[in-house]
Design a protein. Structure first.
Length: 263
């Protein structure tokens, strides 16, 4: 009877821990993050406005391997490190901008307008300092309908917090025919990684993301404007694994005891 009570208690405890943990995780991650859409094609009727005030069908604008950076230009957090990291790897790579690849920076805030996109372009052109940035690196803004359609298309989910947004730091690589082939997460990129992503994209070959674990262990701290170690997720997982292990031990022990008694 004592062992039965222990088993019932542990099952109840396991249920509470599991329910609390997964409820918190689902609530925290609801519609936030990158849900990779490898081999999916960019929709043919999504429009943005570039820094020259041209209304552009984004699918038609993809003429070669294209690296897309989703940001908002007045971001107080990780957008600047992301853009700096992109400019730095563009400067270091031996790929030729607007010949081997092109770059699109797209704002996901419908409140941001073309003048702001122009100012950002001038800033980052200076950081790259080489290649055809005039035509090879385009900066876009758009209305809320087209922005959300495009975010859904590439699996990039954000959450607005007041005037700011919680969002991941990710580059999306698109093949010349508009197929999503690679996601590069983070704010620092190696020239080799960019080159391989572009070369494979030029062949229409998609590749898996290696560092997905960072998306689980780290989350964006909107108040601190930085990525922080997600203690709740990690500790919750550890507690859940310990509880499952203990439950398995009790079940096995109980079976062995019954077997011994039957003998």
């Amino acid at each position: 009877m004592k062992r039965l009570n222990q088993s019932l208690f542990l099952n109840f405890l396991l249920f509470i821990v599991s329910f609390t943990y997964f409820s918190n995780v689902l609530k925290a991650d609801e519609k936030l993050g990158v849900y990779e859409q490898l081999d999916k094609y960019i929709e043919s009727d999504i429009f943005f406005t570039d820094e020259k005030f041209n209304k552009v069908n984004i699918n038609d604008a993809i003429q070669m391997p294209t690296v897309i950076a989703m940001v908002y230009y007045e971001c107080p957090g990780i957008c600047t490190p992301l853009m700096n990291g992109l400019a730095e790897v563009m400067k270091k790579t031996d790929l030729v901008l607007n010949k081997d690849y092109q770059v699109f920076t797209i704002s996901f805030s419908h409140l941001e307008k073309t003048i702001l996109a122009q100012n950002k372009k001038r800033t980052y052109e200076k950081l790259v300092g080489k290649g055809d940035t005039e035509n090879g690196w385009r900066f876009f803004t758009g209305d809320s309908v087209n922005i959300h359609r495009f975010l859904d298309n590439i699996g990039y989910q954000i959450k607005q917090e007041g005037q700011d947004f919680i969002h991941p730091a990710t580059l999306v690589v698109i093949s010349p025919d508009g197929k999503i082939t690679r996601y590069l997460h983070g704010t620092y990129f190696l020239p080799f990684d960019l080159k391989m992503a572009v070369v494979e994209s030029s062949m229409g070959r998609s590749g898996p993301t290696i560092n997905k674990v960072l998306k689980f262990c780290f989350s964006y701290d909107a108040e601190g404007k930085r990525y922080a170690f997600n203690v709740t997720k990690v500790s919750g997982t550890i507690i859940l694994l310990i509880a499952l292990s203990f439950l398995s031990y009790l079940i096995v022990s109980e079976k062995r005891r019954r077997k011994t008694n039957n003998l």
